[in-house]
Design a protein around this ligand. Structure first.
Ligand SMILES: [Zn+2]
Length: 339
């Protein structure tokens, strides 16, 4: 899990995925036949197939994490933020952040505007806040902040990766856990009959943008999207609203808000999982989407399916996965690519 820790703690908001890309390039050096980066920043790792008649299989895992850009610096040095990706602001109170400046990182704290608990009324405490009502305090005078911070600097949440019980937890396991799996699968894949393109995409969290261009460029016959999905298997949620359950295995997606998986591919993966005794669960996510939505609609259409890692507390800094589900996802993808 050392690599997963590194990926979780690294910074890469949509449009600024370079740190993540570098880690992947380092890990895949010598493991694949070619690596390239397209104009948008998608990393494409190609492993050549050995069969006479080959299909082009692309799997895609997005590298970006939900985060912010600095949008305003006031005279006293407080920063305002533009979010990139969907935040539940209830998860944003009293957070530590890192502002990534051209001259290096600065630590800060993120808080909401308004009165503290002791001096606020019950009504004021109940108010929902927008991201625009939060600010960053860097602990530096305004003049110094103005010298060091620029509009457009990346800001990420600062939280450690933690292992507890059978779980691993940290920021942006959506989708670094699947980046980790994609790397591990390409490292383990010694021989494959078909051409395999491991694609690490950019800007998924702002609308699947990197998946559109990379799928167009790769022109695959089959697309396998790798992402996290909701596991609402926690107190206070009715069983029919769980979506997936932690520890019950890799999620094979039937549909979500962006895509209906190709029926044959769903059946292929279920059969393969059963035959290989890999724990799996079928998933229906009524709302929300992944890169699969873009992959499926590329060119004349691509047969697409999604493998999901069930994740609790999604889009918070405590995104939590079961280590067995991570292993199951890795095992199933590897089997599929070797078949
Ligand atoms: Zn995701």
């Amino acid at each position: 899990m050392k690599l997963l820790r590194e990926l979780s703690e690294a910074a890469g908001v949509p449009g600024r995925e370079e740190n993540i890309r570098q880690i992947i390039q380092r890990e895949l050096k010598g493991c694949v036949d070619e690596m390239s980066v397209d104009a948008m920043g998608n990393l494409i790792a190609h492993k050549k197939g050995t069969a006479q008649k080959r299909q082009r299989i692309m799997f895609a895992a997005h590298m970006d994490e939900i985060g912010f850009y600095v949008s305003f610096i006031d005279d006293r040095g407080f920063l305002r933020l533009q979010e990139v990706g969907g935040f539940d602001t209830r998860n944003l109170f009293a957070r530590r952040v890192i502002v990534h400046t051209a001259k290096g990182p600065l630590r800060g704290v993120l808080n909401a505007t308004g009165k503290p608990f002791h001096t606020s009324s019950p009504d004021e405490r109940r108010q929902y806040k927008e991201v625009s009502e939060f600010f960053v305090d860097l602990g530096l005078p305004g003049k110094e902040v103005a010298k060091r911070v620029q509009i457009g600097d990346m800001v990420t949440l600062d939280a450690p990766f933690v292992e507890y019980g059978h779980y691993a937890s940290g920021k942006c396991l959506d989708n670094r856990v699947q980046v980790y799996i994609g790397i591990r699968v390409l490292q383990a894949l010694k021989r494959c009959p078909n051409d395999v393109f491991g694609v690490f995409t950019v800007q998924e969290e702002v609308g699947l943008r990197g998946a559109f261009t990379s799928t167009y460029g790769v022109e695959p016959d089959i697309g396998v999207c790798l992402d996290t999905t909701i596991a609402s298997d926690v107190p206070g949620i009715a069983p029919e609203h769980r979506i997936t359950t932690l520890g019950a295995g890799v999620g094979i997606k039937v549909l979500d808000g962006s895509v209906i998986s190709h029926r044959e591919l769903v059946e292929t993966f279920v059969t393969l999982a059963k035959r290989s005794k890999i724990k799996h669960q079928l998933e229906i996510l009524p709302r929300g989407g992944t890169d699969a939505g873009a992959m499926q609609r590329s060119r004349k259409g691509v047969k697409t399916v999604t493998l999901s890692v069930p994740t609790r507390y999604i889009h918070s800094v405590t995104e939590t996965v079961h280590k067995d589900d991570v292993k199951a996802t890795e095992a199933l993808l590897l089997r599929f690519l070797q078949a």
